[in-house]
Design a protein around this ligand. Structure first.
Ligand SMILES: Nc1ncnc2c1ncn2[C@@H]1O[C@H](COP(=O)(O)OP(=O)(O)OP(=O)(O)O)[C@@H](O)[C@H]1O
Ligand SMILES: [Mg+2]
Length: 407
């Protein structure tokens, strides 16, 4: 009889691998969980509902609200780092957690500049970073005076809580501006005004930074918005002079360092017709403009975010193809009769190189329910393919008229 015990087989000790807590159970947490699995780690999420995208897939779910300190405490117990899939956790709660020994990454003194667009603008102005003209709005008169000085239409923004274009308005005249300002102020929403930038296009410079201070940048990408919401990302941004790309990357790295950001950060940029780059806003978490990297970069943003908040060395951000295009799958105005599974089946048959990411979300108009990544050599062809695939998944209609029944 062989005595096996003389060879000490070491079983995988999952308790020796770190658990990270992510506040928020949306698709960003779901995809971070996917990266955690590959690293042998676990992601615990604080989700509002058991059917939230991340709560569906991780066994470690704490149900609760991000405004509730007790729920945050419960989610933080025993985890190596606490991080976020959105920017809405009150900073006083984070200060309380830090005082109790929780490792919060990014720290609240950095996160505040992603939470509060007015504080972000003040800070960027102080750092000498190019931004649109802006002002705080506490009355209709403030808004009118700003627009008269900077031109109509102008941009009104909720200082906090906006996403996917919600909380952004572009009133064309005084009547429109008055209606929005009065309504929002009456609902307790703090407002600011910005000059409407004449955009050539929008770009995003994404970086990640660890508490140790190591930082890495992905190539600058172009983001295409529809109805104020990101629809397509082209990585890297095409026809961007090398000097401009380097300038944008350097700016994002500098901001991450000066603000003390840890984890992933997206710097949303406006490129003007004269080639100037202005900062729109900062997101301190994985971001839609980084989804391409899940398939198109050596290290994607979800893995990098985990590495960064855990203070590991960062991964290579090298692209794996000349171009990667990401297209969001948005809920259609009317849910197609064909099931999502059948749509996926047909997509798999027709575009076998489409990398599909579905979030487990119900289909509602314009809701981000998934995305497609396509790697390629030719930017226009790759974009057409990615958009055709995403449109198919949303609508069960091929934009080029192809019909699988007659071919
Ligand atoms: N000052 C501006 N000038 C021109 N367009 C603007 C301006 N501010 C915002 N926009 C447009 O509105 C979109 C949404 O604005 P912003 O990024 O501030 O809002 P959000 O809802 O917080 O964003 P997100 O979609 O990133 O969650 C921008 O991507 C851009 O297309
Ligand atoms: Mg934005």
């Amino acid at each position: 009889m062989t005595i096996l015990s003389s060879v000490s087989a070491r079983s995988f000790d999952s308790a020796a691998m770190p658990t990270v807590t992510m506040i928020g159970g949306g698709q960003l947490a779901r995809m971070t969980h996917q990266a955690a699995i590959a690293l042998g780690q676990r992601l615990r999420v604080l989700a509002e509902r058991p059917d939230d995208p991340a709560a569906q897939v991780t066994p470690e779910v704490v149900l609760g609200h991000h405004d509730d300190l007790a729920a945050l405490r419960k989610a933080a117990v025993g985890s190596y780092a606490l991080t976020f899939d959105h920017e809405h956790v009150p900073t006083e709660h984070l200060e309380a957690l830090i005082a109790e020994g929780v490792n919060v990454q990014p720290p609240p003194h950095a996160l505040i500049f992603a939470q509060d667009k007015l504080r972000m603008r003040h800070k960027l102005a102080e750092l000498g970073v190019p931004i649109p003209a802006y002002t705080e709005v506490t009355s209709v008169a403030d808004a009118a005076a700003f627009a008269d000085a900077n031109g109509w239409p102008f941009v009104l923004k909720a200082v906090r809580g906006g996403y996917d274009g919600r909380g952004v308005w572009m009133p064309a005249d005084l009547a429109e501006a008055t209606a929005i300002v009065e309504d929002q102020l009456a609902h307790g929403v703090s407002l600011m005004a910005e000059a409407k930038v004449e955009l050539k296009r929008e770009l995003s410079a994404m970086v990640a930074r660890s508490p140790f201070g190591q930082a890495a940048a992905w190539p600058v990408v172009e983001t295409v918005q529809r109805n104020g919401q990101c629809a397509v990302v082209i990585a890297p941004a095409q026809d961007l002079a090398q000097a401009k790309a380097t300038e944008a990357e350097a700016l994002a790295l500098r901001l991450a360092s000066e603000l003390g950001v840890t984890g992933a950060m997206a710097v949303e940029l406006f490129e003007t017709h004269s080639g100037e780059l202005l900062v729109n806003e900062l997101a301190m978490r994985p971001h839609n403009s980084g989804h391409w990297g899940m398939d198109g970069a050596c290290t994607g943003q979800f893995e990098q975010h985990l590495r960064a908040v855990l203070d590991y060395p960062l991964g290579s951000t090298k692209p794996l193809a000349p171009v990667t295009v990401m297209a969001n799958i948005l809920g259609a105005a009317e849910v197609p009769e064909m099931s999502m599974d059948e749509r996926l089946h047909h997509l798999s048959a027709r575009i076998p190189d489409a990398k599909v990411h579905l979030y487990g979300k119900g289909e509602r108009p314009d809701r981000k329910i998934g995305h497609i990544n396509i790697l390629g050599d030719d930017p226009a062809e790759t974009r057409e393919k990615a958009e055709r695939a995403a449109h198919w998944m949303s609508h069960a209609v091929w934009t080029d008229g192809w019909d699988h029944h007659h071919d």
